[in-house]
Design a protein around this ligand. Structure first.
Ligand code: NAD
Ligand code: DAU
Length: 359
């Protein structure tokens, strides 16, 4: 079947993997990538698909309501996979309004554009599902808050966001559900754990550590390094998005995770030992770069996803082990020195100047 799919945030980390997968796997679909190219968006991430005949790039901002209406009309959009967002928790602490504006207001603009266009074209529910409209919101496990007593986040866990970032993502999830309930906008949501892999902006833990390891710079571990995250290879997340987009039920939520919990300090030590080997250093040499710094304000202790529903109902599970994924990831950053140098010049350096203080 032919579909015209609007993918927002396609020049970012996860979005670029989703675009690559969809453009190559579904030549019958027209993929429209809408991105405003913030510091986190990079056209280099899409070099291998930019000339594909089923792909169009539109530079626009989801905060711009008129531009959203226009893209739906010009490309007869019948489906949305919405990833565009401000995505970094530390930035949400220093500039919360940027997160309100893009993640909440931007998402509401997109919902309004979908609602108006699909009402006119008869794509609102009860048609729904494949063949009708589909608004897929890609969200985060951080909406569930922080785990302190064991256990896992399920799709039934009550929302309890703790940072400006997670509050903005929780608000956008609520808006999506509210448009489903009120206007019969056909939607699906997924909430995923921490992603890692190629093309991730080196402000996030894994690429930041790889970059600093390579450059012989301090490895800033927040607090005591005891916070726990559940890591998933980004290409497995892109596969999950494909499965949820095509087979997820209207109005449902799917949690996506790697069953792969790591304390930050243990993960950094594994990265150090991989880098010792890759850079021909003596065992233990890289770990000397570890520096404990002031903790993140309101730092969530533990995230852990129960991904049982998507596995049972849609047959998805991660395809590779963490060891395989980390090795591939380190190799990619070491082989893509120019990419790292380009994205870490200028504004990046300004942002990180004086960012950390030693504990
Ligand atoms: P990213 O920061 O790497 O990319 C975000 C993209 O959105 C960039 O290309 C940026 O240019 C674009 N963008 C930002 N503001 C925009 C605006 N106002 N208008 C249009 N485009 C805009 O983010 P990511 O890590 O790839 O995350 C993508 C989505 O997945 C986000 O919604 C995030 O909340 C969610 N998510 C991320 C993770 C993770 O571990 N990275 C995990 C779960 C969910
Ligand atoms: O759980 C999903 C979320 O994962 C996504 O929704 C977010 O978009 C994504 O950024 C990520 O959020 P985190 O805050 O968990 O990721 P980050 O890579 O920033 O941090 C991972 C952990 O490492 C966290 O406990 C903070 C810690 N950390 C991070 C950085 C950048 C450090 O100790 N030092 C650092 O320099």
């Amino acid at each position: 079947m032919k579909r015209n799919i609007l993918i927002t945030g396609g020049a970012g980390f996860i979005g670029s993997h989703v675009i690559r997968l969809f453009v190559k796997k579904y030549p019958q679909y027209h993929i429209v990538n809408l991105d405003s190219l913030t510091y986190a968006g990079n056209m280099e991430n899409l070099k291998d698909v930019e000339d594909a005949t089923n792909y169009t790039f539109v530079k626009a901002d989801i905060r711009d309501a008129e531009a959203m209406e226009k893209v739906f009309a010009e490309h007869a959009i019948d489906s949305v996979i919405h990833l565009a967002a401000e995505s970094h928790v530390d930035r949400s602490i220093s500039d919360p309004m940027a997160f309100v504006n893009t993640n909440v207001i931007g998402t509401a603009n997109l919902l309004n554009a979908a609602r108006a266009a699909w009402k006119e074209r008869g794509l609102l529910s009860p048609l729904g599902g494949v063949g009708g409209g589909r608004f897929y919101h890609v969200s985060t496990d951080e909406v569930y808050g922080s785990l302190h007593d064991g256990g896992f986040f399920t799709e039934e866990t009550a929302y309890d966001p703790q940072s400006p970032y997670s509050a903005s993502k929780a608000a956008s999830d609520h808006f999506v559900r509210a448009y489903g309930n009120t206007y019969k906008l056909p939607f699906v949501i997924s909430n995923c754990s921490n992603n890692y892999g190629s093309h991730q902006f080196p402000e996030k833990l894994i690429p930041l550590m790889i970059n600093n390891l390579r450059d012989g710079k301090p490895l800033p571990v927040y607090g005591k390094g005891e916070n726990v995250r559940d890591w998933l290879w980004v290409e497995d997340h892109a596969r999950a998005i494909d499965v949820v987009f095509h087979s997820g039920k209207d109005g449902e939520t799917y949690n996506i995770g790697g069953h792969n919990e790591w304390k930050n300090i243990d993960l950094v030590l594994v990265l150090c030992s991989i880098m010792d080997k890759k850079l021909g250093r003596a065992a233990g040499e890289s770990a000397k770069q570890i520096t404990y710094v002031t903790d993140r304000a309101g730092h969530d202790l533990r995230y852990a996803i129960d991904a049982g529903k998507i596995e049972r109902e849609l047959g998805w599970k991660p395809s590779i082990t963490f060891e395989q994924g980390l090795e591939q990831t380190v190799d990619w950053y070491l082989a893509n020195d120019k990419w790292l140098r380009d994205v870490t010049s200028g504004a990046y350096r300004d942002y990180y100047a004086g960012q950390y203080s030693k504990r």
